[in-house]
Write a protein that binds this ligand. Structure first.
Ligand SMILES: Cc1cc2nc3c(=O)[nH]c(=O)nc-3n(C[C@H](O)[C@H](O)[C@H](O)COP(=O)(O)OP(=O)(O)OC[C@H]3O[C@@H](n4cnc5c(N)ncnc54)[C@H](O)[C@@H]3O)c2cc1C
Length: 462
């Protein structure tokens, strides 16, 4: 291991692995750091060690991750697993925690490929045992082969909800109901993007296949779901809701909530990169150029961190960023960079064609964005409710950082990852402003919780 690399990549998902492979092919010295136990990221999590039966359920999209991981392992990149990056400096040194020891390493360029997380769904009862994210259930299956027992109910919207529900149905999990919150107007808004989406029709066919799996298994699916209430004392027991104007209820032992995924922006925020607000998907993402370079020179972002576009686009963006970095460091001429990038850009254009359709169809649910029930817990770490945030706004707080200072909302160990967007939406709702104008929490290192002794014993770059 060196003390300085040409390129340090944070994240060994599709974006990070592709960048490392391409970087090595272009004579860059590359270090990849990831907090997981193996390469794959979210979509190909544990792909190297997955049991063949489990891989069969997850399908060919998942198995593709094996060939990517093989190419990554065969590249000359140094790769450290269980390495959580908790600070990046503008001079391109970064700190990471590995096996209880924090170390510093320097890179001439840094690529943040830290992916995305599920959007937290703050509804009354979301903190009850038995309630978790559909993506989190997917993670449990990929890492430990575990699926929930008893009656499992899915609630929310988005491709990942349908994907996990269809996987579970195929595995014989007792999926008792799927409650879809997509509103009819979203279908209409998406419809005008359908002709463009047909250029990548395979995505639409995959979506239809997921739906067919649910229909074939006679899973009750409720449309246009509103007013979701989770009931239970020590554990989720029942979900009440309104579907197409009728009040209904279903019993559940496990409730899997999902309302799309949002970029991990802790590192780009900590670096104070410029961020843009996506008004359809209602999240922040770093502003990058066509090669992935952010507003901070030498800092790049690729994949879902840069904007949630899925695994194939993440891979392409990783390769494009590596080409530009090789060019900036004199390992590749501009002509060769552009020649190699041209087919990638054509593929990128095709893959992008389906995104407006998906983004409009699966817009986040307004009921979940800013919970009207004042007792709903928004900040799980500091136990701050929606009413406490509203009270802070009525007493004069105008943005997320002022609310944070007044209430401690976002000051817990997750550093506001879970409550940042909900807090912004509540403030915006109270002020009748757009959430994009009320800002996000200021992020300070360490972006991952580390013990003080690790900080004191930090091994500096020599
Ligand atoms: C829970 C979940 C499950 C998903 N499952 C699927 C699926 O089955 N199919 C599908 O098509 N899409 C799935 N997605 C969408 C998925 O995010 C993308 O399709 C794809 O994985 C994005 O690739 P990426 O390389 O940008 O990021 P990711 O694949 O998310 O990889 C990011 C990597 O960065 C690492 N990382 C993050 N922060 C740090 C840090 N501070 N220090 C060190 N390492 C860090 C993570 O451990 C991770 O390995 C899922 C998303 C989520 C949130």
């Amino acid at each position: 291991m060196r003390s300085e690399y040409d390129l340090i990549v944070i994240g060994a998902g599709p974006a990070g692995q592709a960048a490392a492979i391409s970087g090595c092919q272009n004579s860059l010295s590359v270090l990849v750091l990831d907090e997981l136990a193996g390469p794959g990221g979210q979509i190909y999590r544990s792909v190297e060690s997955a049991h063949p039966d489990d891989s069969r359920f997850l399908g060919p999209d998942y198995l593709y991750g094996k060939s990517l991981a093989k190419a990554f392992r065969q590249s000359e990149a140094d790769y450290i697993t269980h390495a959580a990056v908790w600070e990046i400096s503008r001079d391109s040194t970064l700190c990471y925690s590995h096996n209880g020891v924090s170390k510093q390493v320097a890179g001439k360029r840094i690529l943040i490929a830290s992916g995305a997380m599920e959007r937290p769904v703050a509804v009354p009862g979301w903190t009850l045992p038995g309630v978790m994210g559909a993506g989190a259930a997917d993670v449990l299956f990929k890492t430990a082969g575990i699926v929930p027992s008893g009656r499992v109910v899915f609630c929310g919207g988005g491709p990942l909800l349908l994907l996990v529900a269809s996987h579970f149905v195929n595995m014989g999990v007792n999926v008792a109901a799927v409650l879809e919150t997509v509103r009819p107007v979203q279908y209409l808004q998406a419809l005008k993007h359908l002709p463009e989406a047909l250029k990548a029709a395979d995505y639409l066919f995959k979506g239809l296949k997921m739906r067919m799996a649910l229909i074939r298994s006679h899973v009750p699916t409720f449309q246009n779901v509103r007013q979701v209430r989770i009931q239970g004392d020590e554990q989720v027991r029942q979900i009440t809701f309104n579907s197409l104007g009728r009040n209904r209820q279903v019993s559940a032992d496990t409730l899997l909530l999902h309302d799309g995924v949002i970029p991990h922006t802790q590192l780009t925020r900590q670096l104070e990169c410029d961020h843009l607000w996506n008004p359809i998907q209602r999240y922040w993402h770093p502003r990058i150029d066509q090669w992935g370079e952010s507003s901070v020179t030498g800092i790049f972002a690729a994949g879902d961190t840069a904007c949630v576009h899925g695994a194939i686009i993440a891979e392409i963006q990783g390769r494009l960023a590596a080409l530009e970095i090789a060019c900036q460091l004199g390992k590749l001429s501009r002509k060769d960079r552009d020649r190699t990038a041209a087919p990638l850009r054509r593929k990128l254009k095709r893959e992008m064609s389906v995104r407006p359709f998906l983004e409009h169809l699966f817009q986040p649910n307004h009921e979940f964005l800013a919970p009207s029930n004042g007792q709903t817990l928004v900040c799980r770490c500091e136990e701050i409710t929606a009413d406490q945030i509203r009270h802070a706004v009525s007493s004069g707080c105008r943005n997320t950082n002022q609310v944070k200072a007044q209430t401690r909302c976002g000051m817990g160990p997750c550093q506001g990852r879970m409550c940042s967007l909900t807090t912004a939406e509540i403030i915006a709702h109270e002020r009748q402003a757009d959430a994009g104008t009320v800002g996000a929490y200021r992020v300070r290192p360490p972006v991952k919780p580390i013990p003080l002794n690790e900080l004191a014993d930090l091994e500096m770059v020599t």
